[in-house]
Write a protein that binds this ligand. Sequence first.
Ligand SMILES: Cc1ncc(COP(=O)(O)O)c(C=O)c1O
Length: 451
Amino acid sequence: MSEYNNIKKESLKPTLWHHYSSMKEVVEKGSKVIVSGNGAVIRDLEGKEYIDGLSMLWVVNAGHNRREIIEAMKEQMDLIGYASLFGGYSNAPAVLAASKLKEIAPAGLNRVFFVSGGSEAVETAIKMSRQYFQVKGQGGRYKVISRKEAYHGVTLGALSATGIRVYRQPFEPLVPGFHHVSAPYCYRCEFNKEPGSCNLECAEAIAQAIEWEGPKTVAAVILEPVMNALGAITPPEGYFRRVQEITRQYGVLLIIDEVVCAFGRIGAMFASEIFNIHPDMMVLAKGLTSGYAPLGAVLAKEELGQAFDDYMFIHGLTFGGHTLSTTATLKNIEVIQSEALAQKSMEMGSYLIQGLQTLRRYRTVGDIRGMGLLTAIEYVADKETRKKIPGNVRFAFKVEQLAWDRGLYLCRASVDKTYVAPPLVVSREQINRIIDILDESIGLAEKDFLG
Ligand SMILES: Cc1ncc(COP(=O)(O)O)c(C=O)c1O
């Protein structure tokens, strides 16, 4: 496109404010502008190709340039661009998408509230739980329990559930009533236990938090099935069974945040199926449309929806359930189902994890873990003691830059973690290439760090 001629120049200015980015660095190096994609491959302005090693933020599950999704969206645009869900009006694809989600979701999640993304979905679930208890005459229940190091989004309610210090600190004081417990982080267990011989102290911490806060004051517990931000943390055996016993025992709602894990990412349409979780609410976004348009959703249990039938959920978002997005989700689900992408994610995920294990020979590679195509590498300064890499080293960020130069997109590098989560359509050859590039990049970053 001819307008693209100016982009290179413009990308060296701070006009476009990048998310979670140091604008000084962006201006120095220029924005890495991505202009096209196909399957698991993306291209930049110069036409250079990269493997999309992160599905563009764990979003593009079905892969780039899916013609069937694009064509369906074009058809919808010829009918009507926007029709809201406020005040009893709706639009056709939103009605159909809600019905489709009800059909495929774990049993009982019959009510679908559409929003525009993950943070809004978490925010909505929290507000839904609070108003639900008000309607039920238990207005004293408003507190929410989540986990340290969990990421649940950036709006103030979602950020209050988020347990990552650096994201929270600039915006404090946050919303009152949020309590964070230890994560099931077996590699660095806060209780100094080993998986298999522990007493699921990390799950018991939820019961203790409810007791400490006062059982009649707690509305909900919100958890991700596999904790993404902490580096693809799969819970120890029995964790969710115990969590479910606890939430039932105390009459607290269980909100499962599947923003990252759903739509085939970890090997099933919903991660709740894998861990046998029966949530009261499920939060969806990202892979819900594979990124073809923004959409988030809260799926709620029938009983929860019924509690609102005689009232009104005092909540609404102009763009929630947009026609373009709900059309995209319908086609996206069809693609994931017809191509058995969840199954493919499981197969390719084990191939990826197996390949990543070869990187353990590096002195800085402490742990490699994940499930399906949701994997992560955790770096350490010392393998024996698991000593953490100092923040100022920006080790993973260096790996990310080195990988980009070699044709691999890996965003969201933290100090000590590289996340690897390609689209579910990734091939074995592409996975081999991901591992080769990581191998070279980690080798160079390690040499720089340890000499
Ligand atoms: C588990 C989880 N929940 C919620 C969110 C927030 O989603 P969004 O960025 O669409 O607001 C994210 C985003 O990465 C996430 O990973």
